[in-house]
Write a protein of this length. Sequence first.
Length: 96
Amino acid sequence: MKIVITHDVDSVQRPLTHVLKRHDRFSYTDLMRHLLGFDNLYDNIDIIMDLEEKYGIKSTWFFPVFLFPLDSIEDKINNLDKGHWEIALHAIVEPR
């Protein structure tokens, strides 16, 4: 049996108002680390890469082309490419 793991990267940064509105998604410690600027709760790419490396997993990462500027995470995308993860286009369909 084969298992496929994928990640849809919809955002890597959210405004403080969003984080506070969704505070129930996070532990108190994680929320405080985010509010104090130590962590970004919406950028987990490096954490996931490290975890997958530890277990010998290579997933597929889907990135959108217009939800946020990709150049803001160009180094992370390059690291994924160098590490032989699969990188693909995250299609977004707008309702009519």
